[in-house]
Design a binder for this molecule. Structure first.
Ligand SMILES: [Zn+2]
Length: 377
């Protein structure tokens, strides 16, 4: 009961007037370096660990994972450069079947904002700290990744997860929900619709959210005033989490890196969702996959969507259905990304999936039909 009272004292939910809150001034707090309580104490871990030598930061967890793991740790402070820690030597000696490299990233975006990127689908979780308490935005895509997050955040950094906000209810972002049974879970009211609509549902990850909302919610957490805004796009339950105090917004899968993913989505709704994200005016955009980006990523994603739509529509106009589909299947991502954007492997993979989806779900055909009807009228 005491825990609940503590939680209620820390979580103040109130109605939010969407546009009014979007206009609040930002605190430009980037580049504050590593002056957090956690970092001053350092990661306190077991013996035999890989250490980022010369810094007050110790990675404690490597030996406790079932597979060799690499952790990439980076900090906004330029003095503390990104470091990549390889698997411990003892584990390097294991047989090749046990030597799959796991890359999981942990990055401090602000003094009290941490970003975790899991191995599975490069799913992202963001932790916002209030002293010893943490609010999580999403919780990674596999049990292994979620356990790693819990180990780093709860065991090494000694934080307690009090709240988990789901940007959307798809399994590749929900693996950790059941690992924090006491946390207050928050999602959009239509979270179940999204959960049931996905291609690769993992029912074991499902946990009924304890709080749902419809259009918007504000939540004070530490020094932050978070705005949770319903922003349907990739799915109908998508939430954008605006964190003005850290000049960032967490957007879930309304972007996938510099592209978008179209499966079962309305392209026009995705475009509108990205437009609403722009209105926050944040310098950093945290995606549901891959990690953080500069705000340019929003323009890049819309440009990709526009170019893909144009290309597909033109092919359908110029060729019979089978021939058009064959040509759509080979549209290179370079035809959709404007320079100087260069696709990474993850974006290439999801572009390939987009092409499959465009063919299988006749994406853009409706808009092309509408356009043709308008010309005839
Ligand atoms: Zn996802």
């Amino acid at each position: 009961m005491a825990a609940m009272e503590q939680l209620h004292a820390q979580v103040r939910l109130q109605a939010l007037h969407l546009m009014a809150d979007r206009c609040r001034g930002d605190e430009q707090l980037r580049g504050r370096g590593l002056e957090t309580q956690a970092s001053r104490r350092g990661f306190e871990g077991a013996q035999g660990v890989e250490r980022d030598r010369g810094k007050d930061f110790t990675i404690a967890s490597s030996l406790r994972v079932p597979e060799p793991a690499s952790y990439q740790v980076s900090f906004p402070n330029a003095v503390r450069k990104t470091s990549r820690l390889s698997a411990p030597p003892a584990l390097e000696m294991m047989g090749p079947q046990k030597r799959r490299t796991r890359i999981m990233k942990f990055e401090e975006l602000a003094g009290d904002v941490l970003m975790f990127v899991g191995d599975d689908h490069e799913s992202v979780a963001t932790a916002i700290l209030d002293g010893e308490h943490a609010l999580l935005i999403d919780s990674l895509g596999s049990q292994d990744d979620a356990r790693w997050l819990r180990r780093v955040l709860c065991e090494d950094l000694r934080k307690t997860v009090r709240v988990i906000v789901a940007t959307h209810f798809m399994s590749d972002h929900m693996a950790g929900l059941s690992l924090f049974p006491d946390a207050l879970t928050i999602a959009h009211r239509h979270h179940r619709h999204t959960f049931l609509s996905q291609n690769r549902r993992v029912d074991a990850f499902y946990r009924e959210p304890r709080a749902v909302f419809d259009s918007a919610m504000s939540l004070r957490w530490g020094r932050h005033e978070l705005s949770l805004i319903h922003n349907p796009g990739k799915t109908m339950d998508h939430i954008s989490v605006d964190v003005p105090g850290a000049d960032l917004v967490c957007v879930g899968d309304n972007i996938v890196g510099n592209i978008v993913y179209l499966s079962k989505a309305d392209p026009a709704l995705i475009r509108a969702a990205i437009g609403r994200i722009r209105q926050f005016g944040r310098g950093t955009v945290v995606g549901g996959h891959m990690g953080k980006f500069s705000a340019d990523v929003l323009d890049n994603a819309v440009r990709y969507l526009d170019r893909l739509q144009h290309r597909v529509t033109q092919l359908r106009l110029d060729f019979a259905a089978d021939e058009a589909d064959a040509r759509i299947a080979s549209i290179p991502i370079e035809a959709c990304l404007a320079p100087p954007v260069e696709a990474c492997a993850f974006e290439r993979e999801w572009h390939r999936r987009n092409l499959d989806v465009v063919i299988a779900q006749s994406v853009f055909a409706f808009d092309a039909a509408l356009a043709a009807r308008a010309v005839q009228a």
